[in-house]
Design a protein around this ligand. Structure first.
Ligand SMILES: *Cc1c(COP(=O)(O)O)cnc(C)c1O
Length: 481
């Protein structure tokens, strides 16, 4: 399963005159000019640039709330919150004001040489307030990938402080996603990324993912399957030797891998095994953090206690780049008490990013956005999806909680039979979504939704009905009804 399949461009829908004016307000060039310049000078992430340049990209020119506008004036509902990040929705003046004020006051200063500044202090105190009790210390970077690089540095420093120098291996999962630096890409379990990385980070190994629909054999229940997949961790630790294993890392639910939600038996067993063999447990909360499941952090949804949490995306709602790692008190203590920690980035704790993050977290807290996801819009979204697709001929599973969901497309939902050409089916469906002005992502044969957390019920209805239209059209094109 590749990101690539979802980045193929599509035919841009015709101009809708009613919304064209609003888009043109900020637009300097025609769509054709934008596309020509983009093709001439811009290499896109995870893309086949040859075919993208031939087809042309969609040019997004503005956004408000849960809607985007393209350069042709089309109004598009964003079922993906940008790239899983715009949790407070687009166009929040509070975040723009925070950035503007901070840029005038102190646009940059570093946090290296015995210095600090108010935004990073306020943000750290705020994160300590919002995160579960044992998380009181935070290290900053600029992205989720750098967050996971930082995780590795902290993990190794931690074991060095404990005198356990042989604990070097980190165990991760196939089809996990942890970013695209060399360390992030190695930790992730995306084979198509590994193939392009002849040199990887050493001492990282993978176990199988808890993907029930796609990988469970025989008559196992989802709970039995999840337990068996968790126990692969124990087998791997015994194979490598517990004295050689430093950490296990996983996303509480896999995001980019297809919104895969493990059964309730999974994480408690992972935690039990990590404790038993004295291995740090890392939750990559880059997507799950900041309200996505209706809890502030996804590990709270699954009921486990990690030693480190990776944060990014929703930390600033994507308005500016920022990542962070939260350290459990026992890890923080070891790092703090044992001399130099030789890691840092020029922009660690960048004042503008910190000011925006702070403003973002205040909105999430003060407007009770996370609570609303938990008690109101999240349950509404999940029920609406389940009511709409429960007996759909090509929908095999609806996974998710809060405002994140994965819809499994399947040839026979009852027997969990997948399409032989699942990736193509996902692409067909994704193209119907695009043409219907809905952003819904396809990862192979799973369709993913993760809208801004400020979405209201009317907008949820619009997403679900547009998704229904696209999935119905896909079934029809495949000759299934
Ligand atoms: C997006 C993502 C990352 C990488 O974050 P970047 O900001 O793209 O570097 C890491 N982990 C998870 C779970 C992600 O979804």
């Amino acid at each position: 399963m590749s990101y690539r399949t979802e980045e193929v461009a599509y035919v841009q829908p015709a101009l809708q005159p009613s919304t064209a004016a609003s888009a043109q307000a900020t637009q300097q060039r025609s769509t054709a000019e934008y596309r020509a310049l983009d093709a001439a000078h811009h290499i896109h992430p995870f893309s086949d640039m040859g075919s993208l340049n031939r087809a042309g990209s969609r040019v997004i020119v503005k956004a408000q709330g849960v809607y985007l506008w393209d350069s042709e004036g089309n109004k598009i509902i964003d079922g993906m919150a940008g790239l899983w990040c715009v949790n407070v929705g687009y166009g929040r003046k509070e975040l723009a004001d925070a950035a503007y004020r901070q840029m005038q006051e102190l646009p940059f200063y570093n946090t290296f040489f015995k210095t600090t500044h108010p935004p990073v202090i306020e943000l750290s105190a705020m994160l300590a307030e919002l995160a579960p009790e044992p998380f009181n210390h935070f290290f900053y970077c600029n992205s989720g990938s750098e967050g996971n690089d930082t995780v590795l540095r902290i993990v190794h420093q931690y074991w060095a402080t404990q005198g356990k120098h042989s604990k070097k291996f980190v165990i991760s999962r196939k089809n996990g996603y942890h970013g695209s630096t060399i360390a992030g890409g190695t930790l992730g379990g995306m084979g198509y990324m590994h193939d392009q990385m002849p040199s990887k980070v050493e001492n990282i190994v993978h176990i199988d993912q808890p993907y029930f629909f796609g990988e469970a054999q025989g008559n196992l229940t989802p709970e039995e399957f999840a337990l068996a997949r968790a126990q692969q961790l124990e087998a791997k630790i015994l194979e490598i030797g517990a004295d050689n294993v430093a950490a296990f890392i996983g996303e509480p639910f896999q995001g980019a891998g297809g919104v895969i939600f493990p059964a309730s038996t999974y994480w408690p067993e992972i935690q039990r095994i990590c404790r038993k063999y004295d291995i740090l447990l890392v939750a990559d909360e880059v997507i799950g953090g900041f309200g996505r499941t209706g809890e502030w952090f996804a590990h709270q949804h699954f009921g486990f206690e990690p030693d480190l949490i990776t944060l990014a995306k929703g930390l600033t709602s994507g308005y500016v780049p920022m990542g962070a790692v939260g350290l459990h008190d026992r890890v923080a203590k070891a790092i703090i008490e044992h001399g130099d920690f030789n890691h840092g980035l020029t922009y660690s704790g960048h004042p503008v990013a910190a000011a925006v993050a702070l403003a973002n977290l205040k909105l999430l807290r003060d407007e009770k956005i996370v609570e609303r996801v938990k008690t109101d819009t999240g349950p509404y979204f999940q029920k609406k999806l389940r009511d709409t697709f429960a007996n759909h001929p090509i929908v095999g599973e609806i996974a998710g909680a809060g405002l994140v969901a994965g819809l499994q497309l399947a040839a026979d939902p009852k027997t969990r039979k997948r399409f032989a050409n699942g990736g193509d089916v996902g692409t067909i469906c994704r193209d119907f979504c695009f043409n219907g002005n809905l952003i819904m992502r396809a990862t192979g044969d799973r369709m993913l939704l993760s809208p801004p957390l400020v979405i209201n019920k009317l907008e949820i209805d619009e997403i679900v009905s547009k998704a229904k239209y696209a999935i119905d059209a896909t079934a029809q094109q495949l000759g299934i009804s």
